[in-house]
Structure formats: C-alpha cells, structure tokens
Design a protein around this ligand. Structure first.
Ligand code: SAM
Length: 286
C-alpha cells in the first residue's frame, strides 16, 4: 500500500477534488488548523499508479503496510462528526467512550458509525453527505419506510444501511468491487444489521447488470460516465411512482447525465450543487 500526499492552497481544493474524481482515485482533503494549506492524501495499492501520480502532480510517496493505512486514516478522523438533519449523527470515530458521549450529546438521533477502511463511503465526502441528506428528506416525506431501496455502487453500504435504519422493507446493495461488498457487510453488521434478512450486499457491475426486481427508491453515487451508460438499467429498476437519486456528478457533466436520464424515461425533479459536485433527484416521466 502506498500513501501519496501533497499540500495545496485552499482555493485550489475544488479543482484538485475534480481531478481525483476524473482519475477515479479516492483522496482525502485535510484542513489544517491555523494553516491556509490543505493536505491531500490518497491511498493506492498499485505502486506504478502511485509513481505516475508523483510524476504528474509531484507530492510525496510513502510505502506503508496494508493494515497501517487504516490506522493512519483512523487517527486522522478521530472526533469527526456530521449531523444529518434531525435524524442521524455520522461519525468515523469508533472509540466506545467517544460514541457514548456523542450519543449523550445527540439524544434522539441514531448514530451511523463508519471508521475509514478500504471502501469508499464514510460520509465525509460531499457526494455521500448530500445523498444522506436527500435520503432523510425522502424519509421525512414518507418515501423510505415500508419501501424497497436499491443502493448502486454501495461502497461501504452507507446509503443502504441508512435506508434500512429509516425503515425500508428491503435493501439491495451492489458494487463491482468485492472488497466493497465485504466491507458493506461488515459495516452493516457493526451498525446493528438494520433490516435483518431483508438486506443483501452483492457483487455486480452496473454496466453489465439487468435488474431482477423493481424498487421505490434507487440510490446511485457513481461517476457520471458510469451513470450515463447504466441509465437504461437504472430506469428499468425503478417503479412508476419511484424516485432516483444520483450523485458523483461533476457540475459540468450534469447536463449530459440529465440528458441520458431523460432519454431513458426519467425526469429531473430537483438538483443540489455542493462544491464541484451535483446530486440529482429524478422521477419517472409520465
Ligand atoms: C463514489 S463511491 C460511492 C460509495 C457509497 N455509495 C457512497 O455514497 O459513499 C462509488 C462506488 O461505486 C462502485 N462502482 C464503480 N463502478 C461500478 C460499476 N461499474 N458497477 C458497480 N459498482 C461500481 C465503486 O467500487 C465504489 O464503491
């Protein structure tokens, strides 16, 4: 495992975030108390890819043990807390004494506990946070409890796990990365296995997948190009009165994703722009 890191000027953060998204490399952006620079950190398995990053973008490369990086990332995130509306409080810090204090200071909210690991989706990324926010908004309008939910590109399973906690009748999560599928299962169990047997995590490529069922709510935090190609399947997976929430879309790519959605029979209902990222709420065109 390799850790690549680099300091950048804070105003450049959005641009760098977009570059990492295009390169499909997961990177963390750390603000540093009392300093104007932001530190970027990316963890890569592939040594050649790590080396290419240095050649292209400079920065520093360190080789670290496979297990060490989880510990390194976890240390960075001690105390991280993100409230999601009035319903959840998300944290990446799993120390029991911290969790106890967090629950006591947030009565009435359920904890979502996602210590960093090998899969994407610990809630600290704008796209995940926006999807969680829209999911809870959907629940507030009666769109989750008693409904069937599909989590496409589930990563850690964070969206599906939250949907199960919100009372979804059934949750199916898919990812083409077997490590993500295993991680989703682990995070689901460590978050109390909400939904029990009505929740599944499976390996599947959304580009080669044919939905076997239909859902009331389809969540897909994937990159624009994958969303565009998978759109006909996404449309077939949603019921006539259903809702689709899509994220992982860079602002300048949103028009192309909306066009693909409309060509497949979906209609844009609303959008949320957060930094360089756009999240879409779509319904079935009548
Ligand atoms: C941006 S992460 C989103 C994770 C989580 N759902 C969240 O909202 O934080 C995208 C996930 O989609 C998965 N993915 C990428 N391409 C895929 C494909 N063709 N089929 C299925 N999953 C895919 C990745 O492995 C990754 O776990």
């Amino acid at each position: 495992m390799f850790r690549w890191s680099k300091e950048i000027a804070a105003p450049e953060e959005e641009q760098w975030e977009a570059m990492f998204a295009m390169a499909e490399i997961f990177a963390c952006f750390h603000e540093q108390p009392g300093r104007e620079e932001v530190r970027i950190e990316a963890f890569l398995q592939d040594g050649e890819q790590a080396q290419r990053l240095v050649e292209l973008w400079g920065g520093q490369l360190d080789e670290i043990g496979d297990q060490d990086w989880v510990a390194v990332a976890a240390r960075e995130w001690l105390g991280y807390v993100l409230p999601i509306r009035e319903r959840f409080v998300l944290t990446l810090d799993e120390r029991p004494e911290f969790l106890e204090a967090l629950q006591a200071s947030h009565p009435g909210r359920e904890l979502l506990i996602f210590p960093p690991g090998v899969a994407f989706g610990t809630g600290d990324h704008a796209t995940t946070a926006t999807c969680l926010d829209l999911l809870v908004a959907e629940a507030e309008n009666g769109g989750v409890a008693g409904k069937d939910v599909l989590d496409l590109g589930c990563g850690t399973g964070i969206l599906g796990i939250a949907a199960a906690k919100l009372g979804a009748t059934r949750v199916d999560g898919l990812d083409n990365d077997p490590l993500a599928v295993a991680a989703a299962h682990r995070y689901w169990e460590s978050n109390g296995a909400p939904g029990g047997e009505a929740v599944t995590w499976a390996e599947a490529d959304v580009l080669a997948w044919e939905p076997e069922k239909t859902y009331d709510l389809v969540l897909g935090n994937l990159f624009s190009e994958i969303l565009r190609q998978a759109m006909p399947g996404i449309r077939r997976s949603v019921r006539e009165e259903g809702v689709v929430i899509l994220s992982g879309i860079l602002g300048e790519q949103a028009a192309a994703v909306i066009e693909a959605a409309e060509a497949s029979g979906l209609r844009l209902d609303s959008r949320v722009d957060a930094g360089p990222w756009t999240t879409l709420r779509l319904v079935v065109a009548q």
